[in-house]
Design a protein around this ligand. Structure first.
Ligand code: AMP
Length: 114
């Protein structure tokens, strides 16, 4: 999608700090990090949110989680733990309408989230 910022990052149209890429997903550093490590993992195919998921997306979604685990190790945040978050829709404050998994680590998080 030409007007989707994350599609443009996936295609290399917009520069970003990419830390992982494969045939299903791309991961890059969040421009406004909320933790010492804050990475977004996105499917290469445009999907507005988890609300749009169909059976054919299962492989990509499996890879999304597995990539997060690989990147967490790569970033050195696995031993102390990390948070994975997907915001879907208005009540969850989803701002960018291209499904993305937040991988955050390097500090203690609170629970429940705000
Ligand atoms: P969400 O509220 O879940 O939609 O989060 C969107 C995230 O995308 C925010 O944490 C933003 O800081 C991040 N973001 C927006 N534009 C960019 C960009 N060009 N490169 C990296 N991260 C971005």
């Amino acid at each position: 999608m030409d007007d989707c910022i994350f599609c443009r990052i996936v295609s290399g149209d917009i520069p970003s700090d990419v830390v992982y890429r494969d045939e299903y997903v791309t991961a890059f550093r969040d421009i406004e990090p909320m933790a010492p490590a804050h990475i977004l993992v996105v499917p290469n195919e445009h999907l507005a949110s988890t609300d749009d998921l169909e059976e054919r997306h299962e492989a990509a979604m499996g890879r999304l989680l597995r990539a997060a685990s690989v990147i967490a190790r790569q970033e050195g945040i696995s031993d102390f733990g990390y948070r994975l978050t997907i915001n879907t829709g208005r009540n969850a404050n989803q701002l960018v309408p291209h499904l993305h998994l937040h991988l955050m680590g390097g500090r203690q998080f609170g629970w429940p989230p705000g």
